[in-house]
Write a protein that binds this ligand. Structure first.
Ligand SMILES: NC(=O)c1ccc[n+]([C@@H]2O[C@H](COP(=O)([O-])OP(=O)(O)OC[C@H]3O[C@@H](n4cnc5c(N)ncnc54)[C@H](OP(=O)(O)O)[C@@H]3O)[C@@H](O)[C@H]2O)c1
Length: 243
């Protein structure tokens, strides 16, 4: 039975991932801020899937606390799924550095801080899987969300480098790039139906990538082709578009 640690477990995508892995017979640790609010979810997972499900207090921005947090996780996880993220307010971030900093630190610095610790432990054990939820927003900077997009681009590059480093140590690193997903993060935003995923669909894609040892996956799948087009729009045209 595998042990799965989910970072940012109060997220809608994270909860779907937790149920998916538990449904496949894995024990889960739900790590989040104010973890007490996840007690009911953990109990439900335990009863529904007959696995161990516990909660742990975790703040992505408490960099100094990450080593102690990971040290306290017992048994050590076979799989770590990094889901936390912060979309933030692009317009505010353009004039208020505190907002920009929170976007960058939540999506990137916090990920580096905790994954460095996980990666070193997995490397020593020569085992484990790290799954990072990045975003298609990191594939090309757009005027409407380039601060979030650039933090996700950095996360994507970090995961790519980590994969390259840890492949030699039998550690798998998977980058997941969701397009639009209907969650708390996108509440109130106009989302185009056919290319918008439900959290459970993203969770299925995450699990499939884990099973097949895929390095990088778009969710939904068509985002791979949409982003291929978007990445290839020539800059003179791209800069005139309002995206
Ligand atoms: N929804 C989309 O369209 C979409 C598209 C591409 C990528 N993504 C990515 O998918 C991931 C999950 O997002 P979601 O859509 O499921 O949205 P969500 O429900 O809003 O989840 C985001 C989670 O990140 C957590 N978080 C933020 N700052 C944190 C911190 N300092 N420490 C610990 N946790 C923190 C939040 O915790 P609290 O509950 O405590 O606020 C929240 O549970 C994110 O990385 C997001 O960037 C989402």
């Amino acid at each position: 039975m595998k042990d799965v640690l989910i970072l940012g477990a109060a997220s809608d995508i994270a909860k779907a991932v937790a149920y998916k892995f538990a449904g496949e017979g894995c024990n889960v640790v739900l790590a989040a801020r104010n973890a007490a609010r996840l007690t009911e979810t953990a109990t439900d997972i335990k009863i529904r899937h007959q696995v161990e499900a516990t909660t742990a207090e975790f703040d992505a921005l408490d960099f100094a606390g990450h080593a102690a947090f990971y040290e306290a996780i017992k048994p050590k996880p076979d799989v770590v799924v990094l889901v936390f993220g912060y979309l933030g307010d692009q317009k505010k971030a353009q004039i208020d550095f505190a907002e920009a900093e929170q976007i960058i630190d939540t999506n990137y610095t916090g990920a580096v801080s905790i994954l460095n610790i996980v990666a070193n432990e997995f490397e020593r054990r020569r085992a484990g899987t790290i799954i990072g939820i990045s975003s298609v927003a990191g594939d090309r900077g757009r005027g409407s969300n380039y601060i979030y997009g650039s933090a996700k681009a950095a996360l994507t590059a970090y995961l790519s480098g980590l994969r390259n480093r840890l492949a030699k140590s039998n550690v798998q690193v998977i980058t997941v790039k969701p397009g639009f997903v209907r969650t708390k993060m996108t509440q109130g935003l106009p989302l185009p139906g056919p290319v918008t995923a439900k959290p459970a669909q993203v969770a299925d894609d995450v699990f499939k990538a884990y099973r097949k040892r895929t390095d990088q996956v778009y969710s939904l799948w068509m985002w791979r082709y949409l982003m291929l087009i978007i990445r290839n729009i020539p800059e003179p045209i791209f800069k005139k578009m309002s995206l």
